[in-house]
Design a binder for this molecule. Sequence first.
Ligand SMILES: Nc1ncnc2c1ncn2[C@@H]1O[C@H](COP(=O)(O)OP(=O)(O)OP(=O)(O)O)[C@@H](O)[C@H]1O
Length: 205
Amino acid sequence: MALITIEKVSIIRGGKNVLTDFSASIEPGKITAIIGPNGSGKSTLLGALAGDLPIASGVITIAGRDLKEISVAEQAQLRSVVLQNRNYWLSYTARELIEMGQGPAELARVDAVMQRLDMTRFENQSVTTLSGGEAQRVEIARALILDTPIYLLDEPLSAQDVQSKARIIALLQELRDQGRTVLVIAHIDKSSLSWCDQIIDTLAQ
Ligand SMILES: Nc1ncnc2c1ncn2[C@@H]1O[C@H](COP(=O)(O)OP(=O)(O)OP(=O)(O)O)[C@@H](O)[C@H]1O
């Protein structure tokens, strides 16, 4: 049975129909990629799945429950989200930002996740001075220290070099192998998504 269902969902942004009657099912315990060209509504859909953007019509369900009925606190227990936006303006270090607001269980995972993402070199550097790829890894680490059944990531490989891509893919596959559901947005071609189990094309309907 699908863990996440998107049923005839339409989303309007800035007065424009961004998604119209879009439907898809996301299987549990798999890595699913949502693909499509620029502007086809991938990030918008992720925002809706994360409960951050309202839908104009249709229904999104998670584990059989209408997303609209799931409280913000419950959603935080259900999913971790990596967005593309990384406009840091406060001069925290990478480690400080990753650890911010976290409890003992999450803090206990920080060292391992930072090591796996090859972040120790810049852990004490201000996030305002990080490169695009380093800052993206900070956001990925912030999500991966959380223990949730679902991970939603908006183009997590977009700023990464070949080695970092492989590291992130390995971590996402481990989450999948532990039974977590991973959803990534990509606008690369299907041939480079062999590490994903399911591909949903926003243009295919
Ligand atoms: N805040 C906003 N207000 C109005 N329109 C928006 C807003 N954000 C996005 N849009 C529009 O919604 C459409 C879908 O944008 P979205 O970012 O979801 O596409 P995408 O498929 O993720 O694109 P990309 O591959 O370029 O990241 C675009 O036409 C965009 O101009």
